[in-house]
Each structure stands twice: as C-alpha cells, then as structure tokens.
Design a protein around this ligand. Sequence first.
Ligand code: HEM
Length: 499
Amino acid sequence: MSFLLLSFLFLLSLFFFQKFSPSKRNLPPGPIGLPIVGNLHQLGKLLYKSLHNLSLKHGPVMLLRFGVVPVVVLSSKEAAKEVLKTHDLETCSRPKLAGLKLFSYNFKDIGFTQYGEEWREIKKLVGLELFSPKNQKVLKYLKEEESDLLVKKLSNSAQTETLVDLKKALFSFTAGIIFRLAFGHNFHECEFIDMEEVEEMVMELESNVGALAFTDFFPTGLGWLLDRISGQHSRMNKGFSKLTSLFQHVIDDHLKVSQPEEDSDLVSAMLNMVNKPTKTGSLKITSDHLRGVMSDVFLAGVNAGVITMIWTMTELIRHPRVMKKLQEEIRTTLGSSKERIREEDLEKVEYMKLVIKESFRLHPPAPLLLPRQTMSAIKIQGYNIPKNTMIQVSTYAIGRDPQCWNSPEEFIPERFLNTSINYKGQHFEFLPFGAGRRSCPGMALGMTIVELGLLNLLYFFDWSLPDGMKIVDIDMDEVGSLNIAKKVPLELIPILYRF
Ligand code: HEM
C-alpha cells in the first residue's frame, strides 16, 4: 500500500515538475534553489558579485528566487536594453521592499517609489526646485567656496606632509555642496551635527536600505520573526530614527526663520507647499513627501560621487602612466597661473572624461541598478518574465563583459577614444546612471562635482603613497550594498605642485 502511495506521489510530482518547470513555461534558466529559501543560501556578502558568478554559469538572463520572490538578473547589454528601453514602461516600477518603504517615508520619495502619477509629479517638482536658474547661481558660488576649502585643507596637509584620507576630504567637499543646495545647511558649521557624523550616517543608512530583509522574501509571519531575531529590524529602525531626527532639526531651523524667496532652498520651497496644491499638478505635498525627498538627497546625492572620485584616484595611483598623461594634459590645458578651477575648465580636459568613464566601467558606484518590478508579463531575450517579477540589472557584469570590451579587467581610458559611448543611458554596455524612466535625475550635478573635485586634486597637487607602501599593496576590496565603495580608505600624501 505504502509503495503504491509513494509511486503515486512520485508520478504526481513528476507531472507538476514537467508542467510548471522553468523550461516548460519558458522561464529563464537559473540555479536550482531550496524549498522556502530559494537561492538565498547561494548569495554572499556582496550581492552583485554572487549574481555575477552565478550568471557566468547560468547565462545573462537568469531566474532566481529570493525566498519565495522571483528575481530575474540581467547581465548583458542586449538584455539590459530590452528592459530599460523596449519594456521601460512595463518595468519601471519599484518593488515594495521593507527598507525602501521605511526610508522613503512610506513611498513618498522619487527613488524608491512605485511608478505612477504621484512619482511623476514629485520628480517634476524636485527637478524644478533643485535645478532652477536661481539654484544654478547658488550652485556656482557653493562650488567655488567648497573648492577653496578643499584646496586649503589639502595644502595644509601638503605643508606638513601628512597623510590624507581622501574619502573624508571628498565627502566633506561633495556634501558641502549638495546639502547646502538642498537643505540650506552648512554642515561644516552646524551645531546639531558635524560632517563626520553625517558621513557615518550616510554609510550606515545606505547599508540598511540595501540589505535584504527577510520580511520581503518569506511568508509574512516567518519573515517578521527572522528580521527580529537577526537584528535587521532594530538596525533599520535605529537608523531611521536618527535620520528623522536630523531632518526634524533641519525643518525646525527653516520654520524658525522665514526665508526670503530668493534665498529659498529645496526644503523651504517644499515647506511652503505642504498641504497646498502644487504648481505642477494635483498632488498635495505632505511632510512625508518632504522627508522622502530629503532622504533621496541624503542617500543618493552624495555617496555615489564620492565613491567615483575615490575609485578614479585609486586607479590613477595604480597606473602611473595614466596619472602622468592626465596631469600633463590638465596643467598644459589650464596653464600655470590658476588660483581656482572654474566651471568652464571642466569642458577643456578631454582625457579626464575618458579616465572617469573607465573608472565608471570597472567600478560603477551602483553595480546593480535600483531594483525594478514588472507591471505586466514581458519577454526578454525570448524568455517569459511574469508580472510582479523583481528585475536586477547588473552594470558590474556588463562593464566587465568580454563580448563588449577588450581586456575587460584592465584599466585603459583610451578605449573610449573615438567612440560615441557616453553615460547618458543610450549605450547599454555602459550604465553608471542607469537608463530609461528611472535613470538618475542628478546625473549632471553629480558629474560636475566629480569633475570639479578631481580637477582640484590633480591640478594643484601630486600624490604619493605612504612611506614604504608599493602599488601592489593597494587593497582593492569592496564594501557596501546599494553603492559599492573601496573598503580600505585611500590614504595618500599630497605634494603641492610648483609650476
Ligand atoms: C556621480 C554621481 C551619481 C551617480 C553615479 C548616480 C547613479 C545613480 C544610479 C545608478 C541610479 C539608479 C538608476 C536606475 O535604477 O536605473 C540613480 C538613481 C537616482 N539618483 Fe543618482 N547618481 C549620482 C548622483 C546623484 C545626485 C547628485 C542626486 C541628487 C541630488 C541623485 C539622485 C538620484 C535619485 C533621486 C535617483 C532615483 C531615480 C528614480 O528612481 O526615479 N543622484 N543614481
């Protein structure tokens, strides 16, 4: 009897496996997972690296399960183009993940919110306020002031031949510009928080937002319990209260003093709109919209640029030929009598643009674009992708794909010479800012700051490794979740260049 029952169950499961197996439903291939956990046990600390390794085995369109949630990982330029261009509209929503919900103040921001009318309106409004002509003037002044401060600090270190942690110097430079532009606050002189604390907070919060929460991938009660046992729930909530209290300080400061319109920043402009209809449409701005947008600026605005500058400097130190060629070009083009780098100088130094592109290719700050979610069933590279599937585009894998790049592991800026490849989302082998409806709205601002920061470092200073350290000793380990940074700080000695 039991033999008959076992045979029956075996045949039944065979029938179901054949009927619903990935190949039968023409789903993408992928590694076999375990019941309930899916493929989570095959993922290491650095998600993008695990996904890259798995894709080398299972192909550029790969299906996994994070717990019970289907996730499709795309690792070729063709597959990325189909999602980000051909099917942009059907895939431009975001999954409702717990971390994203918390830090977007219940999906009231731009970056983590689902696609729809509310997202379109808030994005338009922030674009109009943050990048208004008036703000462009403020930005010009902030860039000059922060450049002077950066050069002054580095000159002091050069005089005393002291090691500089470039991350600290560049974070202060970038946050000095972006936070003042958006929040109107000078964190260099702020009483309720200092720049070092802000830096720590950004790092900590980014890893909270990017961490996979069990709640997102396991049936309700189980995920809830696991997040509490693992400490994930309390880590996220602690970070969130710190962020909310910082934002409250900024908001209270704005409410204390009424600002004249010509001095208004993003926060005061949005505060004036809270609970009133906006100029752009029917959306009523609430204080959650305000905090959600502040959260975007805080989490998305600063770190990616700092990471880009650090990786670029790291690669330049590792490649003295490129460093020499670049500094010669910068100093010859800009001449010997500059007291300050200006906006118009950025356009003149062609080779630097190639160097930054090469750095983006090998070290895209976001090695996985922010997750998307399909809003209807689509086909990618001939495979069926059902509705409500989470999509991860691996810019890291595509940037190192030998089908797109010769000697992909080598740092050769000249590979971009005489090509039209740019980072604006039209070339799917190169996507440092993403592409399509969800691409980065801060691209122009981010690039100006990166170019300005690097020009200041490379025009005024030469750079050397600490005594006794050789190029081979430079540690290239990575850390992070949403953005991937250099793990070990890049510490160098600046030497004031005498023309
Ligand atoms: C070098 C600097 C920067 C890099 C490399 C970068 C990169 C990215 C990437 C890869 C995405 C995801 C795109 C996607 O999922 O397709 C993104 C999204 C975003 N970025 Fe940036 N970013 C930078 C600077 C900035 C700045 C300065 C701001 C604003 C002050 C900003 C605000 C945003 C926002 C709001 C989103 C979400 C867009 C959406 O989902 O609709 N970013 N960025």
